[in-house]
Design a binder for this molecule. Structure first.
Ligand SMILES: [Zn+2]
Length: 395
């Protein structure tokens, strides 16, 4: 599957005010058809003019290319931002075929959101916001191209339940300055908007980030390239700043503290695959990473050990938003610190156990139960049990 970012001509009145569209182009092999129509599904959230258009399907034979009838149907859902599109391709003889399929799509999602925050030349298409590519078909390989003025970031992974997880991002190189940090075989590229290059606080935080990254040296031998894109990405009214990892790209608000940037870097270096709605998911997805962030940046003493669990528990927490942040990012690390402080464990041992666990499970699906049984092997059984009980809200 090839994705090409294509400039929209100013004379194109169908997309006034928009700068780019994506041309999706694929080699699609079809076999064992029971019906004469191939149906591909995308879900561009608001499809009016932004969903797939200009669908073209051809069958590739040994000697020639045969055009096939094809059309797009948009289904507007009653709830906003839930539209789906069906791309139909008719193969009258139902024969096994190699097809060449292409369409154009503009898409919505984060793309518009970040655009509103004054970065007209940042485009992000995350798979979990909307699928601009067909859902549920296995994708062998992707290629991404864009005009020379644009820097491309992309990631392609098989997610849990084998869904293809593709995120495409593009920024205009003209408006960003690139800096590089290196620790062993890990290269970190930081992209800062021109307007913030001389921000003294940001310069200071980037220096701090470098010192934190140096502490990773004994723990990893990985070869990795990480991109950090700093933007204005926050909700001033509610005093929230955002950051997210898309494959090897981390996009975060430029006011992020150095340790928050480091937290995101750790997600990339020690990734975990935990299925949504499994028990204790956010303890594994976030709390252990936050504790590790504090350990490696020598800030464990910043943990407030007097926090009370309240009615919520981490074990049954399945959302990560303002209502659960304290639980996930403060109470979770506090629980781990209680265990680390036990002289039969110690901070260094706990850090090693967490890192080894994440490294050994990389690329595989894991969960909370798996973590607890791993922990039981490396710390005294009763201590692992105690941690389990606190996470479950039983102690
Ligand atoms: Zn995180």
């Amino acid at each position: 599957m090839r994705f090409e970012l294509v400039p929209i001509q100013e004379s194109d009145t169908s997309a006034v005010g928009l700068k780019y569209r994506i041309n999706v182009n694929m080699d699609l092999s079809v076999s064992n058809m029971s019906d004469d129509t191939v149906v591909l599904k995308t879900n561009v959230k608001i499809s009016q003019g932004l969903g797939p258009e200009n669908l073209i399907a051809n069958r590739k034979d040994k000697t020639c290319i045969i055009p096939l009838p094809s059309w797009v149907e948009n289904r507007v859902q009653e709830q906003p931002f839930m539209d789906t599109q069906f791309l139909y391709i008719l193969i009258p003889d139902k024969e096994d075929s190699n097809l060449l399929v292409s369409y154009d799509v503009i898409g919505t999602g984060l793309f518009f959101y970040i655009q509103q925050l004054n970065y007209p030349d940042v485009f992000v298409y995350p798979f979990d916001y909307e699928y601009i590519y067909p859902i549920g078909i296995p994708i062998n390989k992707i290629e991404v191209t864009a005009p020379d003025s644009m820097k491309i970031f992309y990631s392609h992974k098989k997610g849990t339940n084998m869904n293809e997880e593709i995120t495409l991002s593009f920024i205009n190189k003209k408006y960003f300055q690139e800096e590089n940090l290196k620790i062993k075989d890990i290269k970190i590229n930081i992209f800062t908007p021109d307007s913030l290059v001389n921000d003294t606080s940001l310069i200071q935080r980037k220096k701090e980030l470098q010192t934190y990254i140096n502490t990773l040296s004994p723990y990893t031998t990985k070869k990795e390239e990480i991109d950090i894109l700093l933007l204005n990405w926050r909700d001033e009214k509610n005093r929230n700043a955002f950051g997210r990892v898309f494959g090897n790209l981390c996009i975060c608000d430029y006011k992020f503290a150095a340790n928050s940037l480091f937290h995101e870097v750790l997600h990339i270096i020690f990734p975990s695959k935990v299925e949504a709605f499994t028990k204790g998911e956010y303890f594994i997805k976030e709390s252990i990473i936050e504790w590790l962030t504090l350990y490696l940046s020598q800030r464990l003493d910043k943990i407030d050990m007097t926090l009370k669990l309240g009615d919520q528990n981490l074990y049954d927490t399945h959302i990560n938003d303002i209502t659960t942040w304290k639980l996930i990012y403060n109470i979770g690390p506090m629980i781990l610190q209680k265990i680390a402080k036990n002289e039969q464990v110690g901070e260094e041992r706990l850090a090693k156990v967490i890192i080894d666990f994440l490294q050994e499970r990389e690329g595989r699906i894991t969960d909370y139960v798996d973590f607890i049984s791993y922990l039981e092997k490396y710390v005294p059984f009763e201590i692992a049990q105690e941690l389990d009980s606190i996470v479950k809200g039983l102690l």
